[in-house]
Design a protein around this ligand. Structure first.
Ligand code: GDP
Length: 285
């Protein structure tokens, strides 16, 4: 999927989400647990400010568990309800329904007290490309997709997905754009595969990832590539990995493009172990 970040596309995405907000009670904002700051849309607070929001850190299976706990605390401290899940394995699905219900409890209780019949909580999933929106929707959907164009206030036919008795999801998620004017943000998004490889230089991205892993997760890096030590010289580190993995050109020279590709492929596949690029304590940096 290509990411469009032109003003026109942003405006369109924003309009589409705003349109959908009319039909829902809760916004489920999906972010990547490995980069919870960079995988958020910078304008999300503005776009969905008036709806209760559940922050969901997805791909928790690939993230550093200690950091995920820190991030959950951080978001809770900011007044968000936040949970971590693994959409691919379907872990945390019950928590999504429970937390969504919790977010509207007060409002619903008041309505029920006035005699309004209880109904399911309606939610919209939003997030940047590749964060796992479709995976989550499919996991929650099983086969409970219902066409309901006849609901009061619903003029266009909306597809709703029933999740148990208490939650209904709009079947198409709100797609947000990431912000990557900031080089670091771009490199983190690229390293995890959230943006297309053609957008950034692959070697730059691999250099960023290797430097980060060397500093924060040196053992994992050493283990994966069988390194005796981790050179502080990035070229030497590339050379070592390239040599060990046979990423060579004619004459036995290291093929840096191939090495970069290999490192990123393994990082994205989780083969270098769990990691989290961002620490909430260092957010201001
Ligand atoms: P979307 O663009 O937001 O709809 O993202 P997708 O649902 O297409 O997911 C993007 C990629 O992430 C796919 O390869 C999914 O299999 C993978 N993915 C989604 N959720 C998880 C998760 O919780 N853990 C892991 N490891 N991979 C996930």
């Amino acid at each position: 999927m290509t990411i469009q970040w032109f003003p026109g596309h942003m405006a369109k995405a924003r309009r589409q989400i705003t349109e959908k907000l009319k039909f829902i009670d809760v916004v489920i904002e999906l972010v990547d647990a490995r980069l919870p700051a960079s995988s958020r849309n910078p304008m999300i607070d503005e776009i969905v400010s008036h709806k209760p929001r559940l922050l969901v850190l997805n791909k928790a299976d690939m993230a550093d568990e200690t950091m995920t706990r820190k991030w959950l605390q951080y978001f809770e401290g900011k007044g968000f309800k936040a949970i971590s899940i693994n959409a691919q394995a379907g872990q945390g699905m019950k928590e999504i329904a429970a937390a969504s219900k919790d977010l509207v409890k007060e409002k619903f209780d008041k309505l029920i007290a006035k005699g309004v019949k209880p109904r399911a909580v309606r939610a919209l999933i939003v997030g940047i490309p590749n964060v796992g929106k479709s995976t989550l929707i499919n996991k929650l959907a099983k086969k409970n997709i219902a066409k309901t164009g006849d609901r009061p206030g619903v003029t266009t036919a909306q597809q709703w997905i029933k999740v148990g008795k208490e939650l209904e999801l709009l079947d198409t998620p709100g797609v947000l754009w990431p912000k990557f004017e900031d080089q670091l943000v771009g490199q983190r998004l690229a390293a995890t595969g959230a943006i297309k490889d053609s957008i950034l230089n692959l070697q730059d991205v691999a250099v960023y990832a290797l430097r980060f892993l060397a500093e924060h997760y040196p053992k994992q890096l050493q283990e994966r590539f069988g390194l005796e030590f981790i050179s502080e010289d990035i070229v030497e580190l590339f050379d070592e990995i390239g040599k060990r993995r046979g990423c060579l050109m004619g004459g036995g020279m290291i093929d840096y493009d191939k090495t970069a590709e290999l490192v990123l492929r393994e990082l994205r596949a989780g083969k270098i172990g769990r990691f989290t690029f961002e620490d909430p304590e260092l957010l201001e940096e």
